[in-house]
Design a protein around this ligand. Sequence first.
Ligand SMILES: O=P(O)(O)OC[C@H]1O[C@H](O)[C@H](O)[C@@H](O)[C@@H]1O
Length: 282
Amino acid sequence: MAEVTTDQNSGLRKVVLKSPEGTTAEVFVHGAHVTSWKTTTGEEVLFVSKQAVYKPPKAIRGGIPVCFPQFGGFGPLSQHGFARNSEFAVTDSAPESVTLSLTPNEEQLKLFPHPFALTVQVQVGNDILEQTLTATNTGSEAFELTAALHTYFGISSIDKARVDGLQGVDYLGSLADKRRLTENGAYVRFSGEVDRIYLATPSRLEVVDEARGRAVVVEKEGFPDAVVWNPWVEKAAGMGDFGDDEYKEMVCLEPAVAGSGPVTLQPGASWSAKQKLSLREL
Ligand SMILES: O=P(O)(O)OC[C@H]1O[C@H](O)[C@H](O)[C@@H](O)[C@@H]1O
């Protein structure tokens, strides 16, 4: 069993996972939120802001917030839905994996009148992190959902970082009234704010850290889209839980079901999607 412990700094409950090879991950029960994934050599791969607020129902700034049952503004709820603001229950665990579950409370059902059961499974392997979302419609009517694993990757320097695998892919420009554009570049690089929903992307993408000589390989299933985000100077300065200069240290690449249209879940039916993160030396 992975043990549920109390985080020293925040007082919140978390689970620490460890693979036999020594890869570790830290998962907060609040939001089923992964805040750390360390390689067998002890190197942190994810980014968490030094200004992050560990005070439910606020979502932690960084790591992997779970956006569910809505990504962004794609629906009636507030930005990114309420899973990231909710207390989950730990329903299963082993030394290298944990499953956390959420059913909406009465207040949430007033805003989103669609009973569901959501599980988030997190597992570590040899320099691997896998995360699976499964949602079941436990109500009597069909409903629509959008979702994302809003992954913040730590990078050495934003001018030496890029996202590979998106050339020729159409995207909705969130900074351009969601206009549909096409990615012409071989890579996505960062020299200003980027906020794009790439549609129906290849299943394998990479966040490349040229300065560190390493890429994180993102393999996704069931998430047709991928969001690329860096807030840059102005938006960073406007976020209370994010340092003014921290945009230089992170890139978000978020497997999502968003711009390609929502998933319709029939009564009794389940939807499942996952991401697998691994490393590649350049
Ligand atoms: O501030 P948050 O609600 O966590 O959202 C942070 C960011 O999430 C996604 O990447 C969206 O595409 C951005 O538009 C948004 O700014």
